[in-house]
Structure formats: structure tokens, C-alpha cells
Design a binder for this molecule. Structure first.
Ligand code: ADE
Length: 422
């Protein structure tokens, strides 16, 4: 290695497999590749230190390569203890000399030591998926706040945390809500989560989804995507939702909507995607059918009462890699997938690169935006301009070979005037 870098990797011998995986994912990320090509020429991130806390996947590796092409020095850690792809870490460290601190299955102490190792590099820009780096910066590492140009946030849960910080006037740095871009949540959250969650459940269990009663908790973009895909697999989909508008939408989308306390009596498979805690409690689980399967695809492992379940269970055993069986006091057996953590990343590979392409195009452009506007940015949660959002969509359509109509001059005028009526 030409340069000595810090890292924590499970098995360097996986590097070659990781490199192929990164290359394969990159083939489905054309928008990010266009940005990478421009970054290579223009070097907009020259000498910028970026600290990233993201799921360490082949798709994230491609983002890292684009940022590096732009001149950034980047250190990376995992945003979830179970989402890391160890072969990708090995390749990033061995072939690309990127300091990566991530091991699949790391414990909480290691997880935080990795976040701290990334902050030890003194980043000017941070990238989060869940707001853990920003939270550290605002709690135990406050002295580094003045070094931060800006921070970008990938996911709904992280944006919710950041908006709460801003409301309480605790936020001290400009943050870019990547999740709020249309080219992010309409695709990554909906089609990405929809497909990768089913992928995780199928890889974990090898169950047939056709004919099953599939309960989706939460009808945000992730829930909408998941419900649609589960229906496509032949499941009878039941939705639980607290927001009346979203619940009504689910009804009119043709799903059965009910309370969780009613759904638990009939469901075969339960998946939480609410972003909130205590969605499936032990009381709910006690009422479930023998053999019920429970998984979570929300950001944090707070949606299902896994710890309490372990406390009341008569016996617990790992029956497959990502499946834990709980023998309940009355004799029923309940199965929890991926320890209640993001099942799409814990048991599968996360979202397909085709959608991460747009999410990470947003991340790359956010980094460039921070550098271009350094010192002029408001300390609040900011979002992408509609012009930039549409530009990303246009590039994606072009890469997919899809051509679309443009407004004529007369149509544009009609849409921006009021005189023409009945
Ligand atoms: N979040 C969901 N899927 C992901 C992926 N494949 N890579 C990075 N972050 C993700």
C-alpha cells in the first residue's frame, strides 16, 4: 500500500470478490458514472475530507469512487451493524486504499468506535444514513462542528431526527436532506424497499409468498412499495397505518386496512416500515398465529419488541442464518428475521443499484453543492432544487433509452398564465 491508512476489515482475502461486486453494481449506476466522469475532469472536491456513515454495500462503494474521482479524501463506516458487505470493505481497503471501518455483525461498542474513527479524520463534509454522525458531532464531538461545511442525510428517519434538532434550535450545521429529493424517495424508498425487503424475507426463509396474509405496518413510500410488490407475489396484503390520509390511500389502492391488534390474529408475515418505535409489541406477538414471521425494514431496530420477546420466550434458537425461533409460553413458535434490523440489508444486499444510482447522484451533487456554497449556507435542513431533481431524472431516463415529450412554447405559456379559461 502506498499510503498507510486506518481500517477495520473482517477478511482482506474477500477483496477480489468485492471488487467484482462493485464493478457489477456500477454497471447499473449510469447517472453516478456520468457524475464521476465529470468529477474526474473538474475535481470539485479537491482536498475535501468527507466522513461517511452509510450502509457499506457495492452501491456505496461506487459513490465512494465517484467522490474520490472528484478529489475528496473519504473515510467510511457502517450505518447499521448488520448491513455491511465484508467483501466490499475488503476491496475498498485493499484495491482502492479507502479507510473503511466496518464489520458485518459488529457490536454496539465497535459500531461507535468506527464512527469515532471516521470523525478522527476531521471531515469537512459528513454523510449519514440515520443521522448518527451528526448526533455525535452535536453531543460528544462538539469541538469539530466549526470544521463542518455541511452534512447530507440519506434516509427518512435521519431527516426526521434532523428536523427535530432544527425545531429545538440544536442544529449547528447546514444539512442536506437527500431523502426529500423526488429522485430519491419516489424510487429508492418505494421500488428499492419494495423489492429488497421481499428479497431479504425470501433469502432468510425460502418461504412462498403467494397465498400468505402479508401485513405491512406503515404506508409511507416504503410501505407503498412493499405492499405493491407483496401483492405482485400473490400475497393478500393487509396495511396498518396511523395517518388517516395514508390509510385512506391504502384502502383505495385496494388493500385491507385494519388495526395492528386485529391484523395479528390473521397475518402470516408482518413487516414494519413505519420509522417509529413499539409498532409490534409483545402483546401483539402473544396473539399471533403459530408460525408467524416478523421482520422490520425501517431504519432502526425499534419497531419490534425483540428484547422483550427474548425475555418472555421459553426457548430461543437460531433455526436459519437470519431466522430466530421463539418458543412462546403457550407453545406457539414465532420467527423473527434479522434480529429485527433492516431485513433488506441484513439478509439480502439492500436496494438494487438501479435506484441507488439516483440516491447517490443526489449525495455526490450535495457534496459539490456544499463546496461551491461554502460559508454561504443557512444552518437548517435544505433540499435539492426542483431543477436539479429534474436533471437527475432526465439523465436516468436518457440512460434507460427513454425519450419524453417537451412542452411547446404555447403549452408553457398556457401553464404560466390565467387568461385562457372556458
Ligand atoms: N440503503 C438501502 N439499500 C442500500 C444499498 N444497496 N446501498 C446503500 N444503502 C442502501
Amino acid at each position: 500500500m502506498p499510503k498507510k491508512i486506518g481500517y477495520d476489515v473482517t477478511d482482506p482475502a474477500l477483496a477480489d470478490a468485492g471488487r467484482l461486486k462493485i464493478e457489477w453494481a456500477g454497471r447499473s449506476m449510469p447517472v453516478l458514472k456520468l457524475i464521476e466522469a465529470r468529477f474526474s475532469e473538474e475535481k470539485p472536491l479537491k482536498s475535501i475530507v468527507i466522513g461517511a456513515c452509510l450502509h457499506v454495500t457495492a452501491e456505496t462503494a461506487n459513490l465512494v469512487l465517484a467522490l474520490t474521482a472528484g478529489g475528496a479524501q473519504i473515510a467510511l463506516c457502517a450505518s447499521n451493524p448488520l448491513s455491511t458487505q465484508d467483501d466490499v470493505v475488503a476491496s475498498l481497503v485493499t484495491h482502492y486504499k479507502i479507510p473503511v471501518y466496518a464489520r458485518k455483525g459488529e457490536d454496539r461498542k465497535t459500531y461507535y468506535s468506527h464512527l469515532n474513527a471516521v470523525l478522527d479524520t476531521h471531515p469537512g463534509i459528513t454523510m449519514d444514513d440515520g443521522a448518527d454522525l451528526v448526533t455525535l458531532l452535536h453531543t460528544t464531538r462538539r469541538s469539530q462542528i466549526r470544521e463542518i461545511i455541511g452534512s447530507s442525510e440519506e434516509t427518512t428517519t435521519g431527516v426526521i431526527r434532523l428536523k427535530a434538532m432544527a425545531r429545538e434550535k440544536a442544529l449547528r450545521i447546514p444539512v442536506f436532506a437527500v431523502n426529500d429529493s423526488d429522485t430519491k424517495h419516489l424510487f429508492d424508498n418505494r421500488y428499492g424497499t419494495g423489492q429488497s425487503t421481499l428479497d431479504g424475507i425470501m433469502r432468510a426463509t425460502n418461504m412462498l409468498l403467494a397465498g400468505k396474509k402479508f401485513v405491512v405496518a406503515g404506508y409511507g413510500w416504503c410501505g407503498r412499495g412493499l405492499a405493491a410488490r407483496a401483492r405482485g407475489m400473490g400475497s393478500h396484503v393487509i396495511v396498518t397505518e396511523v395517518d388517516p390520509v395514508k390509510a385512506l390511500e391504502a384502502v383505495m389502492d385496494g388493500f385491507t386496512v385494519m388495526r395492528m391488534k386485529d391484523a395479528v390474529r390473521t397475518g402470516d408475515i408482518f413487516v414494519t416500515v413505519t420509522g417509529n418505535k413499539d409498532v409490534i409489541t409483545v402483546e401483539h406477538i402473544r396473539r399471533m398465529k403459530d408460525g408467524a414471521v416478523i421482520a422490520n425494514s425501517g431504519h432502526f431496530n425499534v419497531e419490534i419488541a425483540v428484547e422483550e420477546l427474548a425475555r418472555i420466550a421459553r426457548k430461543t434458537r437460531r433455526i436459519r442464518d437470519a431466522v430466530t425461533e421463539y418458543l412462546m409460553p403457550g407453545g406457539k413458535r414465532i420467527y423473527v428475521l434479522g434480529e429485527g434490523r433492516l431485513i433488506n440489508l441484513a439478509a439480502a444486499e439492500g436496494h438494487a443499484p438501479d435506484v441507488m444510482d439516483m440516491s447517490f447522484a443526489n449525495q455526490a451533487l450535495a457534496a459539490e453543492f456544499f463546496v461551491k456554497n461554502q460559508g454561504r449556507l443557512p444552518v437548517r435542513v435544505i433540499t435539492i432544487s426542483p431543477r436539479m431533481d429534474r436533471q437527475i431524472a432526465r439523465l436516468k431516463l436518457a440512460a434507460m433509452g427513454v425519450r419524453t415529450d417537451r412542452l411547446t412554447r404555447a403549452q408553457h405559456k398556457y401553464l404560466t398564465s390565467w387568461q385562457e379559461g372556458t
